[in-house]
Design a protein around this ligand. Structure first.
Ligand code: PEP
Ligand code: MN
Length: 339
């Protein structure tokens, strides 16, 4: 349930409510809106109904409303305004469409520095690149690990672009946090609940990708794990779900963008590279994602896609990425946003 405070509620009244909630063995999450404060109450307790009645009668409280959705803190009911997620100087969830670009995997210092320079010149706001790669086969290239993280950090120093990279378990998370500005929890780990909790206990911004077999509700409940630990800096990412057609690698569910935005206050971005698996489809689906209202894109770019150690068929050359940026600027402008 959520407690909606009166616009005139005092700090003391708000603190009194939080104390009452904690005494009842539940946790209180405060959202300060423009006009009023809302307190989300989560947890399980048989005294919840008694607590509800007593809160409703407390000074400064306007009303107490149940949240009917299974996800609470990520819901629009808890927070009606869009959340802005800040990563360095980059802000997700504003009128700007944040473009994250870079190679699927960090393969060498030269490769990542050259790509960072090129994507920055074309107007990208952030750099991506995997140092730990979740590969389908254990015999495929698994990433440069810490060496790759160092190259990413160097690329950030050189270009000023904040870096997002994946951590697949708690041990990697500790290491990745030392180098990256944002942590990617990949599609395969969307329901790794211990990793989600650890990510929630960190205060690093998180990029949470939808699992290929996950429903929208499951994605939102995965995000709820992170928020329930106190980390509200979460960006959601649609990256394609398992369909029956194998012309594309996955089926990019663009309807998830407006659905997620209706249900949740968290920013939503789209990954047309994993989503289609084919570089020729990345441009059209990027334009469509922007038109559908996505708050950003994450796109794979490689100096020589035909020589890439992972995901070669879906990576853009520098030239194709530059063209894509010019195209999406036009679409963004048409809907009153900018890149
Ligand atoms: C990636 O971004 O390279 C990646 C492996 O993403 P996903 O987890 O969406 O497959
Ligand atoms: Mn990839």
């Amino acid at each position: 349930m959520i407690v909606v405070m009166e616009p005139s509620a005092t700090k003391d009244q708000i603190e009194a409510i939080i104390r009452r909630v904690q005494e009842a063995g539940l946790s209180a999450h405060v959202s300060e809106g423009v006009t009023r404060t809302v307190i989300g109450i989560v947890g399980d307790s048989h005294t919840k109904e008694l607590l509800r009645q007593s809160l409703e009668a407390s000074p400064g409280v306007e009303k107490v409303v149940p949240i009917l959705q299974p996800f609470k803190l990520v819901s629009r009911e808890f927070r009606s305004e869009k959340t802005v997620v800040q990563v360095g100087n980059v802000r997700f969830g504003t009128d700007q469409i944040v473009v994250i670009a870079g190679p699927c995997a960090v393969e060498s210092r030269e490769q990542v520095l050259a790509t960072a320079k090129a994507v920055k010149a074309s107007g990208a706001s952030m750099l991506r690149g995997g140092a730990f790669k979740p590969r389908t086969s254990p015999y495929s290239f698994q990433g440069l690990e810490e060496e790759g993280l160092k190259y990413l950090a160097e690329a950030r120093e050189m270009t000023g672009l904040p870096v997002v990279t994946e951590a697949m378990d708690a041990r990697q998370l500790e290491l990745v946090i030392q180098y990256a500005d944002m942590i990617q929890i990949g599609a395969r780990n969307m329901q790794n609940y211990t990793l989600l909790r650890d990510a929630g206990r960190s205060r690093h911004p998180i990029l949470l990708k939808r699992g290929p077999g996950a429903t929208i509700q499951e994605l939102l409940l995965a995000a709820e794990y992170i928020l329930s630990e106190g980390n509200y800096q979460v960006v959601l990412c649609e990256r394609g779900i398992r369909g029956f057609d194998n012309y594309t690698r996955y089926t990019l569910d663009l309807s998830a963008v407006p659905v997620l935005q209706q249900l949740s206050h968290l920013p939503v971005i789209v990954d047309p590279s994993q989503g289609t698996g084919r570089w020729k489809l990345v441009g059209p689906m990027s334009r469509a994602a922007v038109a559908a209202g996505a708050d950003g894109l994450i796109i794979e770019v490689h100096p020589e896609p035909d020589r890439a150690l992972s995901d070669g068929p879906q990576q853009l050359t520098f030239e194709n990425f530059d063209r894509l940026m010019r195209e999406i600027r036009l679409v963004a402008e048409a809907i009153g946003r900018y890149v």
